[in-house]
Design a protein around this ligand. Structure first.
Ligand code: AMP
Ligand code: FES
Ligand code: ZN
Ligand code: ZN
Length: 297
């Protein structure tokens, strides 16, 4: 197997792109692909400021490294959930700290325990749907923080596999609300920071190769509360299809991004009010975050 560019020994084979690359040309190819997606979907202005939500996993670390290398002003944000079981939060935090130190990326650690004197395990006793509440918590912190620092956008590490699996699941259910919101970019609105997913067109195998190439050391611990990995079944069905028709996953998702405007009218959400505590838009006041963490009633 030879590199498409220099005919040197290939280090990665990408059937979806009908190509193989040596390390150097894969690196350039990967960055170029993401630069193109950022431009196509108007994710960031050149040299713009971006908060990257870092979980310690490879996807968000790769997102930060790529944006940093493309010349954006990157700041990492890690939400420390205070989950000590299996060393989950401490190990995740350490992975983020190590990465940021090596690559010269500033990191903000937002610790629930430091802010509110308790973490996810303390509220897990009271709330059965802890993963959903944890999601609400993380999204609130990321949004509030991005607005507070005035960055151009908030980036998460969602990948093509995540986006295509969610699309597949939402199509099977004809969930029009989510079908309108599966884009790689969600624009800023009053009280909502712009949300971007720079890896939305990058498949798992490419991201894994890029992480290996740059010796990214993601956290290995998994969340003790996590149920089955999200959309796992949908991902494996799509990967089976991809195996037979390389490029199918990307065509499926990219096609959707061109058609998504058709679902726009379905975005109607419950009317929003302003949370009396944090001042952000929410379905109720106080918002769920302020009720849980700030004990607001
Ligand atoms: P997940 O829903 O766990 O697959 O995470 C999706 C994305 O959310 C990740 O790629 C990160 O960008 C972000 N994220 C997840 N957990 C955290 C965390 N504890 N702190 C900051 N960002 C996170
Ligand atoms: Fe939030 Fe597991 S990461 S409950
Ligand atoms: Zn080459
Ligand atoms: Zn609030």
């Amino acid at each position: 197997m030879k590199c498409r560019v220099c005919r040197g020994e290939a280090f990665v084979k990408l059937p979806a792109h009908n190509a193989a690359f040596c390390p150097e040309h894969f690196d350039a190819f990967f960055l170029r692909q993401i630069a193109r997606a950022i431009k196509k979907y108007r994710m960031l202005p050149p040299g713009g400021r971006v908060v990257v939500a870092l979980s310690g996993g490879k996807d968000s670390l790769v997102t930060a490294l790529v944006l940093h290398r493309l010349g954006y002003q990157v700041e990492g944000l890690f939400v420390d959930l205070g989950i000590l079981e299996g060393d989950f939060s401490p190990a995740s935090r350490q992975a983020c700290e190590e990465f940021c130190a090596v690559h010269g990326v500033p990191l903000r650690v937002y610790s629930l325990t430091a802010e509110f004197g308790r973490g996810i395990p303390d509220i897990a006793r009271r709330y059965p749907r802890i993963c959903a509440l944890c999601g609400v918590t993380k999204r609130h912190v990321m949004n509030e923080y991005t607005l507070a620092v005035g960055a151009d956008a908030l980036a998460t590490g969602h990948t093509l596999d995540d986006m295509a699996a969610a699309l597949f699941a939402n199509l099977l259910r004809w969930d029009l609300h989510y079908l309108a919101k599966g884009l790689p970019v969600l624009p800023a609105e009053e009280g909502f920071a712009k949300k971007i997913k720079p890896l939305a067109l990058q498949a798992e195998n490419e991201i894994r190769a890029f992480a290996a190439l740059h010796e990214i050391r993601p956290v290995e611990a998994v969340c003790p509360y996590a149920p089955e990995a999200k959309f796992k079944r949908y991902k494996s069905v799509l990967n089976e299809l991809e195996e037979k028709s390389p490029g199918l996953k990307r065509a499926f998702y990219e096609g959707y991004t061109q058609q998504a405007h058709r679902f726009k009218e379905e975005t109607a959400r419950p009317p929003l009010v302003t949370c009396a505590v944090c001042g952000l838009p929410a379905t109720n006041s106080p918002c769920t975050f302020c009720r849980i963490w700030r004990d607001a009633t």
